[in-house]
Design a protein around this ligand. Structure first.
Ligand code: NAP
Ligand code: HSE
Length: 431
């Protein structure tokens, strides 16, 4: 069997992650012969703007000609770190069709076009690895596909967005309001200038679609994920969560309630004793339940130059090893089932409701009546002393179907005694 004395790779994109990958591969270069049985070299770096200064990247490697990379027979690995859907999708498909292995960190692309790309990789007998697409530096995709392959995974929950975890941590620990915490996250470079994808839960939704597909062996795309962001969370909600012994997190929750799956991203109150409640700042964590392993949690840095480069370089090394053993494409798409998604209205959760009501007799009975008539069972109620003729009524429900809660909310909206439904937040309950 012929082995490679040198394996060449091309980087597509050398921004935050690409720059980290280049430098990390340089740092490990002396050890590569021991790790992969040969040298590993980045021989081309594709960028959009050739005139930009790139510290630490030799300018002779830079190119804006993807075709040149595609046609270079010495390049066996393409590392896509440009982001976005196009041209990343087309470049990856072309690279696979040219027999090149691909590593990517692109969650947007994998969440929307994962099936097409994985099928092409399989057809070509190539590797397509994407460990960095979920949880940055945290190993989770390969552990799910390999180390936990003996399990039936029934639940996978995660804090998979660092920006929102940072914001909620500041609101919880320092009493900041949402806008101030967001501003701080932007100043520190966690949140993008346009933070919509983070704070509206879209970034977490993409990551949960990828995780659920792998965990449940059935394709879940971004459109299948029920998503709610954190923009409406107030300091008061956080205060109430504490009073009830909970911590508020933006959680991705995927459940396999055979024969259906449900996948969502929502702000959720979880018991403060739960391991995920203590994952703070910009850290990410993924909590997995399997029938054999029971509970397992993976935690670490979900973004940033080197944590993300760690996952990308791990994938590049895995590809290089497969090349040496002539077994590329060894672990491809693992979606061998076709489970339906549960209708969103049928998903069952406990809820925290905060109602601003008039301070007069019969209100509590009225609220309880509407909930009862709509199959929403009450677990706890607290009424706070009235101020200026309005009182705050806080209800925690038992597990209820979302559609029943929605029906009750419509009736609350028509009742003059209820001035406002100020918050509706899910409360964690065991699978
Ligand atoms: P970035 O800093 O914006 O860098 C993007 C790079 O891609 C730049 O070098 C840019 O070239 C190049 N590029 C963009 N479009 C191109 C095109 N059409 N042709 C050629 N080059 C192009 O992005 P990043 O933060 O490193 O993210 C890269 C990927 O990693 C994304 O998929 C992201 O979702 C994923 N990811 C990022 C993190 C993180 O912490 N940043 C964590 C996990 C996953 P110019 O320099 O010439 O503009
Ligand atoms: N914007 C993401 C986050 C980082 O805040 O977690 C990249 O996945």
């Amino acid at each position: 069997m012929s082995r490679y004395l040198e394996i060449q790779a091309a980087l597509l994109g050398v921004g935050t992650v690409g720059g980290g990958v280049y430098k990390l591969l340089e740092r490990r270069s002396e050890e590569m012969p021991y790790k992969i049985g040969g040298r590993l070299k980045v021989s081309r770096v594709l960028v959009k703007d050739l005139s930009k200064e790139r510290e630490g990247i030799p300018c002779e490697l830079l190119t804006d000609d993807f075709q040149g990379i595609l046609e270079d027979p010495n390049i066996h690995i393409v590392i896509e770190l440009m982001g976005g859907i196009e041209p990343a999708r087309t470049y990856i498909l072309q690279a696979l069709r040219a027999g090149k292995n691909v590593v990517t960190a692109n969650k947007d692309l994998m969440a929307e076009h994962g099936r097409e790309l994985m099928e092409e990789a399989e057809a070509q007998g190539c590797d397509l690895l994407f460990e960095a697409a979920v949880g940055g530096g945290i190993p989770i995709i390969r552990p799910l596909k390999e180390c936990l392959a003996g399990n039936e995974i029934t639940e996978i929950m995660g804090i998979v967005n660092g920006t929102t975890n940072y914001i909620l941590t500041k609101m919880t620990q320092e009493g900041m309001d949402f806008q101030d915490a967001l501003k701080k996250a932007q100043e520190l470079g966690f949140a993008e200038a346009d933070p919509t994808a983070d704070i509206e839960g879209l970034d977490a939704g993409r990551k949960m679609a990828i995780l659920a597909s792998i965990a449940f062996h059935s394709r879940v795309t971004f459109d299948d994920v029920d998503i709610k962001g954190i923009t409406k969370i107030t300091a008061k909600d956080i205060q109430y969560a504490k009073e009830f012994g909970y911590t508020l997190k933006l959680l991705g929750v995927a459940r396999n309630t055979d024969p259906e799956m449900e996948v969502g991203v929502f702000p959720m109150m979880i018991p403060s004793s739960h391991p995920l409640a203590n994952v703070n700042d910009a850290f990410n964590a993924v909590f997995v339940h399997g029938d054999a392993v029971d509970d397992a949690m993976f935690q670490g840095k979900g973004a940033g130059e080197y944590p993300t480069a760690s996952a990308v370089v791990g994938d590049v090394i895995a590809v290089a090893r497969n090349m040496q053993d002539n077994c590329c494409g060894r672990i491809g798409c693992s979606c061998y089932k076709d489970l339906p998604m549960k209708a969103s209205g049928e998903s069952r959760h406990r809820y925290f409701l905060r109602l601003i009501v008039e301070d007069r007799t019969g209100i509590l009975a009225g609220v309880a009546g509407v909930l009862g008539n709509n199959n929403v069972s009450i677990n706890q109620v607290i009424q706070k002393p009235a101020v200026d003729g309005v009182a705050e009524l806080v209800v925690i429900t038992d597990k209820v179907e979302k559609r029943h809660l929605k029906d009750a909310m419509v009736i609350f909206g028509q009742m003059s005694m209820i001035r406002e439904v100020a918050s509706v937040i899910r409360v964690y309950s065991q699978r």
